[in-house]
Design a protein around this ligand. Structure first.
Ligand code: SAM
Ligand code: SF4
Length: 333
């Protein structure tokens, strides 16, 4: 369905768990209090919301988290979503740590594409940023994944890795991002850089300005705009001659794309969010568990109302206007 700005809302991101097996410092550092499982929606409850969303025009789902693969039954849930009438595409975003265990199940479940988050190929810095020495395992899984006939994308948050390296006494080259870009050289993998957004612990990190980053990339490589469609998101893609994959820039801060925003987000606790920046939305869990005889009608009305009132644009540039106080692992990115 369309919102008040005539934007077609057809994409729902679902954070299926707020638990994670990594502790990225900008998302879920050590010492986080865990939510009680009874407060988290069951897969059946999530699928029920999706089926109502599908009637309102939701066609594409991103399964995210926390780390989606730590929730038992994630692949069965994907299968469940794929069987909902009107749902055309189900994709997943994972940190990749459990990919070796679940890759086959994900493919069998019919997942349409897999995003793997890797911010640096420097093993020491990866360990500092994520809390765990898992880079080699993730890269090994990534290598195996490229043998499957499924679109794969890398997500890397744009922070100054050289500067963060220095903080920990790790010598990281200023050109470290080029190592990530090399993943697109001989593999059909798109490598996407995402401006760090001031949400949760991300507020403690400075984003790289993608306008500057693009100028730098143009000095490093011969870039050509790539207008082919790569997914549901706002990334602007570039091709480098001789590289199999493309390079994507997701620039929420320095290349605001709110005019074409097509998404809503469901938190693991059943809150339907209509913009990353604000806490606007509706608590669907209360309606879902109310026992009301007209529960589905109420859910549909609540989702419609939330979409109609979707904020026009984020205001990340004015920190005092950000009303969202949930952390990214609750929201799903
Ligand atoms: N655990 C999974 C993963 O890491 O891919 C899925 C959840 S994670 C919250 C989804 C994406 O959000 C990751 O690519 C992560 O790097 C990104 N992310 C987390 N905090 C962010 C922030 N403040 N700004 C931009 N991206 C962020
Ligand atoms: Fe976990 Fe993903 Fe957040 Fe890192 S970004 S802590 S992997 S949820």
């Amino acid at each position: 369905m369309k919102d008040s700005l005539n934007r077609e809302i057809d994409y729902m991101r679902i954070s299926i768990t707020d638990r994670c097996n990594l502790r990225c410092q900008y998302c879920m550092p050590q010492g986080i209090k865990q939510t009680m499982m009874s407060d988290i929606l069951t897969f059946e409850e999530m699928a029920h919301i999706v089926s109502i969303g599908a009637k309102l025009g939701i066609k594409k789902i991103k399964v995210t988290g926390g780390e989606p693969l730590v929730r038992l039954g994630c692949c069965d849930f994907i299968k469940m979503l794929k069987n909902i009438e009107g749902i055309e595409q189900v994709t997943i975003t994972t940190n990749g740590v459990l990919l070796d265990r679940y890759m086959d199940d994900l493919i069998t479940a019919g997942v349409d594409s897999i995003n793997v988050s890797i911010d640096t190929l420097n093993r020491e810095l990866y360990q500092k940023l994520t809390g765990f020495d898992k880079l080699d395992e993730v890269l090994q899984s990534l290598k195996i994944l490229t043998n499957y006939d499924i679109p794969v994308k890398i997500n890397a948050v744009s922070i100054d890795l050289h500067e963060y390296g220095m903080r920990y006494g790790i010598d990281v080259l200023k050109t470290d991002y080029q190592n990530l870009i090399e993943l697109a050289h001989y593999n059909k993998i798109d490598v996407r850089f995402i401006e760090m957004m001031p949400i949760g612990y991300g507020k403690n990190f400075e984003t790289i300005n993608h306008q500057d980053f693009l100028q730098q990339l143009k000095k490093d490589y011969v870039l050509q705009e790539d207008s082919t469609i790569h997914g549901n998101g706002p990334a602007v893609y570039y091709k480098i001659d001789g590289y199999e994959g493309s390079i994507g820039l997701i620039s929420a801060i320095h290349g605001k794309f709110c005019d074409s925003c097509n998404r809503i987000r469901l938190t693991s606790q059943g809150y339907l969010k209509t913009c990353l920046c604000f806490n606007d939305g509706v608590d669907l869990r209360t309606i879902l568990r109310s026992g009301a005889h007209n529960r589905d009608e109420l859910l549909e009305e609540a989702i419609k109302k939330a979409i109609v009132h979707k904020p026009n644009a984020h205001r990340f540039e004015n920190k005092e206007d950000i009303s969202e106080d949930k952390n990214m692992y609750m929201i799903g990115g």
